[in-house]
Structure formats: C-alpha cells, structure tokens
Design a protein around this ligand. Structure first.
Ligand SMILES: C[S@@+](CC[C@H](N)C(=O)[O-])C[C@H]1O[C@@H](n2cnc3c(N)ncnc32)[C@H](O)[C@@H]1O
Length: 454
C-alpha cells in the first residue's frame, strides 16, 4: 500500500472527533475560523473520514457539513447572477442536494506515477495531480467514487505494481502506463477499465487484465488507449478494446444510456436523473414541438424529451458520444431522434438543412449544455438565429452562465426559472439549470421556428 494512503495522526487527522485540535471544546477566538474536520458527527452523517484528507485537494469541502456546502453553492449562484443587473430578477429555486453526498461518482480518472516508498522500494501511486503541479497525490481510496469502485482501485494499484509494466515518466518520456479510468454502472455494478499507455503493446498487459478479472468479477470490459502525446489530454482517439462490450449501460430514471471511455456522461446519476426530469417538466413539450439538443453528449436531454415531441436533432462534436446517442435512441425505439457530429455553432444551418422547422402550432425548443467555458459567440449567434420559443440551459459554471444569460436577454430570451443542483458534493462546483422564454415583444416579430438568415 502507498504510505500516504494510511490514516494520518496528529494535526488534521481525519479520524479525530469533534473538538479535535482545541482543548476541552473551548470556542476559538473571535475571527478565527474553526478547524476543518472530516469525521462523522452525530448531527451530520454526511461527514465521513477520508483516507486522503487533508493532502488530497480534490474535495476541498470534505470537512464542511453538507448543509453548509449547499448554502455556499446557492450563494455562489446568487453572486454570479448579481454581477449582471440586466438579467431578469428571478429567485433561484431550492438547491437539489445529491441523494449521496459521498459515493456518488460513477467514474474515477486517476494518474499513475512511480515513486520511492518509505522503505526505499519503488511503488506505484494511483492519484490526482496536486493543482498547478505535476506531482501526484494518492487518491485510490477516494470517498466520492461509487463505493463499489474502491476495492477495485486498491487491487488495481497493487496489481499494476506487481505486473512490473513500466509507469510512464513525464520527464524522460519513457515507460508505458499513464492513467487509469474506471467507470461503473450504478444500476448493474459493471465496471469498465481503460488504461492509457504511451506505447501500443506494453508487455504484461494481458496478464494484468487477466488477474484483474479474477480479482473482480464485476470487471465487464477493459480498453487500452494509446496516447503518446505530451500535454494534458488524458485520452487520444486511439481506444482499443481488450475484452468485453464496447458500451457501458446505466440507468438515469426511465432513460438507459450507453457510454464509452471517450464519450461524456453525467458523473452523478442520482442528480442527473432529477435534472432530466426537471427539463421535461419545465419545457412541458407538446406533440408538434421540435427539440434541438446542443452539446448533446450521449443524448440524455434529447431522449428525456423525445417521447413527447415530433423530432429531436442532437448536435455534439464527439463522434463517440454521437454514436452512443444514436444507439441510445435506437434502444429506446425513438426513430425520430437523430444526433450529428458537428459543432453547436453550426446548429442553425443544420436545422435548416434537415428541414426541421416545427409544424403549425409547434414550438422550437433548444437545450444547451456547454462545457465550463459556456457558449462561444458562435453558439450564441446560432441560438439567436434559431429563435427558439424556449431555451433550457444546463451549466456547470455559474459565472459563464450569468454572462450568457445577460447576452441572451439582449436577443429577446429572458430568464424564467433557475435552479442549482449539487452534482459534485465535497467540491465547490455547482450545476445550474435555467429556463429562458422568448419575450412576447420579440416573438411577435418572429414566427415559431428558426430564422431563415445565418
Ligand atoms: C457537459 S457535456 C454535455 C453532455 C450532455 N448534455 C448530457 O446531459 O450528458 C458537454 C458536451 O459538449 C461537447 N462539446 C464541446 N464543445 C462542443 C461544441 N462546440 N459543439 C458541440 N458539442 C461540443 C462535449 O464533447 C461534451 O459531450
């Protein structure tokens, strides 16, 4: 076992109980913040000991009660909105907390590193980068991962060490194994492992995979991704199947979504299920409506809305995700759903090309779920050209969301509802769902459906 993963003692000891670090529970002096703790407390079962606290920085809120975390996220959203006084003053709805404050995450993405242990022997570390550096902190026992991944990751680290397959060295650029990605289906418990290697055929790989299959009957598939390139991208497009099915199936409420190592799927199925359900409730789709699902991933939004509308066109740049989205539509018998591998910036042209204007009485509904950077100017222009009746925007960054809401208001789309969700407990991240409707004044000049211009 890597030395740093052992429980710590002394200052910052996650196993120490309430009051640890201050004699007899005396109050800290005014203005001094209480020491952070990461130990279960009678009044808050969400506090659990973490083997990597406080060294690992992946979960900076792990010593904060879950209630405080939710209040902080609500405040972060309000502060981002307040920076743009032109946004319609809409009160955010109550934050939706994660059903699981720990053990919620359906995948682990970890770096492999070789180092000298305390006894002088070389050992393998499976962990995360210390921010701003390339030094790696152990994280194989991370508590936010689905708890069924924990024994697998512990065994994986030990088996890789035992296999003798050389770990990639960033400085010399020698060695093979760089990263390990483990994904789990929340519903079935099936695990898919992807090992990222700088070389195509690391000696000992088959034997390693065989041992892992023996250790862990849940291991349903393994992949090798060959990525020799410098830079921060974990995956390349060269993903080879070692054994098992290509796609991992999981359930998000009534949706069954397949994903692959290189296709994005929401990290917290319990929260994503609620977001897809709210999307349907908020948009309240009707039979003649047409949906355009921008940044569609494996099709979660499009498929949540599909049974109630005339057509869905999904637009997504990742070919692997588009393949999964079309597979998901087929599995769900939704023949009127189609996903295309294209940038969201080309949405207006694609909608025209595919003749997707809604029929008389139908509305054009757009969903956008961009990465943290938010909508590019090109994507905002495409939405303006589509002139949707409503836009549903899911964001993982309240700052870029507020910026985009401000710009979209200029184009006649006004905020109607907004709600934060806690997709990633123990971290400061907050997910936000916003519904924008076309202003009455703006829609009186535009027919339902996309504008014919650019
Ligand atoms: C936050 S994920 C959205 C996933 C999806 N909506 C869901 O619910 O699972 C963002 C997606 O946008 C895709 N993407 C990034 N830039 C894009 C662009 N310019 N146009 C279209 N898709 C893009 C990424 O590949 C990724 O799948």
């Amino acid at each position: 076992m890597a030395g740093d993963t052992r429980p710590r003692t002394g200052r910052g000891d996650p196993r120490r109980g309430p009051g640890a670090g201050r004699a007899g529970g005396a109050r800290p002096p005014l203005g001094v913040r209480k020491a952070r703790r990461a130990e279960p407390r009678g009044d808050d079962p969400s506090r659990v000991a973490c083997a990597h606290f406080p060294d690992c920085v992946g979960c900076p809120l792990v010593g904060t009660t879950y209630g405080e975390q939710l209040r902080g996220k609500d405040a972060a959203l309000r502060a981002a909105l307040a920076a743009h006084p032109r946004i319609a003053p809409v009160e955010p709805e109550k934050i939706f907390g994660s059903p699981l404050p720990f053990g919620y995450r359906n995948h682990a993405k970890l770096v492999l590193r070789k180092r000298r242990g305390r006894d002088g022997r070389a050992e393998v570390v499976l962990g995360v980068y210390r921010p701003g550096t390339h030094s790696v902190l152990p994280a194989e026992r991370c508590r936010v991962h689905d708890r069924r991944l924990l024994p697998f990751l512990v065994a994986l680290r030990a088996r890789i060490e035992e296999s003798g397959i050389p770990i990639f060295d960033e400085r010399s650029r020698e060695g093979a194994l760089r990263y390990a990605l483990a994904r789990i289906s929340t519903e079935s418990g099936a695990i898919h492992l992807t090992l990222v290697s700088a070389i195509a055929d690391p000696a000992g790989l088959d034997r390693l995979v065989e041992r892992l299959r023996r250790d862990e009957p849940r291991l349903e598939a393994a992949f090798l991704c060959v990525n020799p390139t410098p830079g921060n991208s974990i995956l390349s497009s060269d993903v080879r199947r070692i054994f098992g099915p290509r796609a991992l199936l999981d359930r998000f409420g009534r949706l069954v979504l397949e994903s692959r190592p290189d296709a994005f799927v929401q990290a917290n199925p319990g929260v994503a299920t609620r977001i897809y359900a709210d999307a349907e409730r908020w948009l309240d789709p009707r039979p003649h409506d047409v949906v355009v699902d921008l940044f569609g991933g494996v099709g979660g939004f499009g498929l949540a809305l599909a049974p109630r509308v005339a057509a869905v066109l999904g637009i997504e740049t990742s070919a692997a995700a588009v393949d999964c989205a079309n597979g998901n539509a087929k599995r769900a018998h939704q023949g009127h759903v189609r996903y295309l591998a294209a940038p969201a910036e080309s949405a207006a042209a694609l909608v025209r090309e595919h003749g997707l204007a809604p029929e008389e009485g139908g509305r054009l509904l757009v969903v956008a779920n961009p990465p943290r950077s938010g909508l590019s100017v090109g994507a905002r222009d495409a939405i303006a050209a589509l002139a949707p009746s409503s836009l549903l925007y899911l964001s993982c960054n309240p700052v870029t969301l507020a910026r985009d809401l401000d710009a979209l208001a200029e184009g006649g789309l006004s905020l109607r509802r907004i709600r934060p969700f806690d997709m990633l407990p123990q971290t400061p991240h907050v997910e936000v769902l916003a519904l924008l409707d076309r202003d009455a004044a703006a829609s009186s000049g535009a027919e339902a459906g996309p504008a014919t211009g650019a």
